[in-house]
Design a protein around this ligand. Sequence first.
Ligand code: SF4
Ligand code: SF4
Length: 173
Amino acid sequence: MKKGPEAFLKRLKRQPPRDLDAVVHGFHEAVFAKTDCLTCANCCKTTGPLWTERDKDRVAKRLGLKTADFEASYLRRDEEDDWVLKQLPCPFLESDNACSIYEDRPKACREYPHTDRVKQVQILELTAKNALVCPAVGEIVQRMEAIYAEKSATPAGRGTAAATPAPRRGRRR
Ligand code: SF4
Ligand code: SF4
């Protein structure tokens, strides 16, 4: 049988627990409360964001560029015709791992790694991929494996409410 986050999250998708969002949001809060993204920046080093039209306009303006010139300097279209960075690590990542365009960074950067959004069941494949990039997501998935293995071993079974729902929050960087 396939091991790792992908196999576990595929199984979860086939039979999603009713309390999935509450459980994941609780783990997101707990794990990010002790995670210092400034000592990591692996997402900015290895996977850039997709850029929306608004992202491009906003960042181009910040840099004093026309959007077309910003695109030409920093972006390319990928195989799915999305705008992505020409090169990684992200050119806006500074040597101390801070983001030089933090206030205007792309929406995808603000929302990464998406473990605080609703309907987690819809992004389990993405979470499996992110677990290989982001150590915080890796730990969240490990905690999910532990709690759902525990639940499936109890007479109450899957889908029982257990974790405290946590407020949603954006990414820390
Ligand atoms: S979001 Fe994850 S990968 Fe990105 S800097 Fe924080 S811990 Fe690292
Ligand atoms: S724009 Fe900022 S937050 Fe986004 S990948 Fe680049 S350095 Fe990281």
